[in-house]
Design a binder for this molecule. Structure first.
Ligand SMILES: C[S@@+](CC[C@H](N)C(=O)[O-])C[C@H]1O[C@@H](n2cnc3c(N)ncnc32)[C@H](O)[C@@H]1O
Length: 244
């Protein structure tokens, strides 16, 4: 999705007092492109009910969804087709999607609106910051991260969203018994995900073979997964439960 080689120029510099700057390494390169009329109309019409503005302040899920139900969070939902399908197939759960790509957010809202999905909310912002500032501790039943940008060159690996510190933030936000579900079509990223998750405290691998899991039937094929299939890539799912 992204031209990752152009990344250096887009890295954010954040002011830290006078004349001091710290580079913030992001897992994405923001290149919006034009929204289609369908996408922008969906945002105009549906943002008020399904969109959540980024804020520094913890969300109240009961108020946000108008009910108490397990919350499934998906990071980087792309164009949102598979997220909308999952929300539609599990009306007993609340779904929250985070995506930095504006046209993807528009496409997701358009699909949700057309399919009458009401148990979905979306945030158009960097998930790392959303995790840090908006999510209640132990508030989530499931974390979904499907086909994150692989940043396959070794010098770009620091941009991969899965890092020990990111898993530690996820752990705080997951309820005990909550599950992290990741999938990737890059073997070397899958190996790294496994290594980081195995080293993290308080998690149990749900795979019967102790490494990767079969794709659960409730995870639809995603757009990037299909692209990977067409390129002859394999797919690795990882399922880890927070046990304490
Ligand atoms: C390779 S695409 C995969 C999209 C989708 N999950 C799929 O499987 O088709 C990765 C997505 O993650 C989004 N993304 C990357 N870093 C992100 C971040 N820190 N916060 C929110 N979205 C992010 C990108 O904009 C992109 O849409």
């Amino acid at each position: 999705m992204t031209d990752q080689d152009n990344s250096a120029s887009t890295e954010n510099a954040q002011a830290l007092g006078e004349n001091k700057y710290m580079r913030k390494v992001r897992s994405f390169v923001k290149r919006e492109g034009r929204m289609t009329t369908r996408q922008s109309t969906a945002i105009e019409n549906l943002w008020e009910t399904m969109g959540v503005d980024y804020q520094v302040g913890t969300l109240n899920f009961k108020e946000l969804f108008g009910r108490d139900a397990p919350v499934v969070l998906e990071i980087g939902f792309g164009m949102g087709k598979s997220l909308v399908e999952m929300a539609k197939n599990a009306p007993e759960k609340n779904f929250l999607g985070i995506e930095v790509h504006g046209p993807g957010v528009g496409a997701c809202l358009a699909d949700a609106g057309e399919q009458g999905v009401t148990n979905l909310r979306v945030i158009n912002h960097d998930a790392v910051e959303v995790l840090e500032h908006m999510l209640p501790d132990k508030g989530l039943a499931t974390f979904q991260l499907y086909f994150p940008d692989p940043w396959h060159k070794a010098r770009h690996h620091k941009r991969r969203i899965v890092q020990p510190q990111f898993i530690e933030s996820m752990r705080h936000k997951l309820a005990i018994g909550g599950v992290i579900h990741m999938a990737t079509d890059w073997e070397n990223y899958a190996e790294y995900m496994l290594e980081v998750l195995q080293a993290a405290t308080d998690f149990k691998n749900l795979s019967e073979s102790g490494d990767y899991a079969a794709r659960p039937e409730w995870r639809p094929l995603t757009k990037f997964e299909n692209r990977g299939h067409n390129l002859g890539h394999g797919v690795w799912d990882l399922l880890f439960e927070r046990i304490s």
